[in-house]
Write a protein that binds this ligand. Structure first.
Ligand code: AMP
Length: 288
């Protein structure tokens, strides 16, 4: 496995990869969710390129950019074991040379709602870095996780709108045995906070169960999720602070009133100082 730290090195090694290439962009602190993307990427291309870059432009001023975990040696070992051909691990200065002018790619309909509303500028930063990565690596396929569904959809829409010849592919969320979505940020949680955070996946699964049982009214689903997130239960305290609970069309992010087709149920909530997101896509039993 080759590790490139500069754009020039990355381009040089990329040019030597013959046949289809799949890119898996990450911020490192790799877990089984990331490895599942690499495995899926291997099935879709002859070579897998992974990027490991904690992108400052997608973090807000009061967010966790500085404390975000960076276990690079572990990450490189995991990439190597998973069969990655080339890792691109640039510095912030390499990606954002001081001479570059600021540039933003905006699509308010998709990037101004949900996460975008609560994290202003987040998706502008995501689009900026992913656009650069796609242009540096020029993959045939780019693989993203459903865990960050809105990110996947925003990037898919960017690639579509700009006619880049890249197949943007989404993989399912990998979860712990108890249902909690794997996330690099889970390591911030104390054991008490982790227990409380479980309310997020529990809320989504309860709503999913209701859809299976035939419930179609979106407001019943969002109320059920809200109540689950705020139910002190046996913990004796409200588990999380809710940023949003949503039931939206997974393509347009417009709110839905009735679940008559695929619907994204999404939650963002804070546990202590850690902000977590999770989602499921539900489909009514009789949908075509
Ligand atoms: P991150 O390193 O958190 O920026 O994530 C890099 C990629 O891994 C993104 O496409 C995420 O959606 C994906 N990812 C993160 N967590 C999971 C998970 N639990 N299951 C599947 N994909 C994930």
């Amino acid at each position: 496995m080759i590790v490139a730290r500069t754009i020039a090195e990355c381009r040089e090694h990329r040019a030597r990869l013959e046949g289809p290439v799949a890119l898996v962009p990450t911020m490192g602190a790799l877990h089984a969710g990331h490895v599942s993307l690499i495995e899926a990427a291997k099935k879709r291309a002859a070579h897998v390129v992974a990027s490991i870059f904690v992108n400052p432009t997608q973090f807000g001023p009061r967010e966790d950019f500085n404390k975000y975990p960076r276990p690079i040696e572990d990450d490189l070992r995991k990439c190597d074991e998973a069969g990655v051909a080339l890792v691109f691990n640039p510095s912030v200065e390499e990606m954002y040379r001081p001479s570059l002018v600021p540039i933003t790619i905006e699509m308010p309909q998709l990037s101004g709602v949900l996460e975008g509303k609560h994290r202003p500028g987040h998706f502008a930063g995501v689009c900026q870095v992913v656009a650069k990565l796609l242009n540096i690596i020029r993959p045939n396929v780019a693989v993203f996780g459903q865990k960050d569904y809105q990110q996947f959809r925003v990037i898919q829409a960017m690639v579509d709108a700009l006619d880049w010849p890249i197949d943007v592919f989404m993989c399912p969320t990998v979860r712990e045995r108890d249902g909690m979505a794997m996330s690099s940020r889970n390591q911030y949680l104390s054991s008490d906070e982790r227990e409380r955070a479980l309310a997020i996946s529990r809320a989504l699964f309860l709503a999913q169960g209701e859809v299976k049982a035939g419930v179609k009214q979106a407001n019943r689903l969002t109320a059920l999720m809200q109540n689950t997130l705020l139910d002190p239960g046996k913990l004796g305290r409200v588990p999380v602070a809710v940023d949003y609970v949503a039931a939206v069309d997974p393509m347009t992010f417009k709110g839905v009133e009735l679940v008559t087709g695929p619907t994204l149920l999404a939650i963002a909530a804070r546990v202590g100082t850690t902000r977590l997101i999770d989602n499921v896509i539900v489909t009514p039993e009789n949908a075509t």
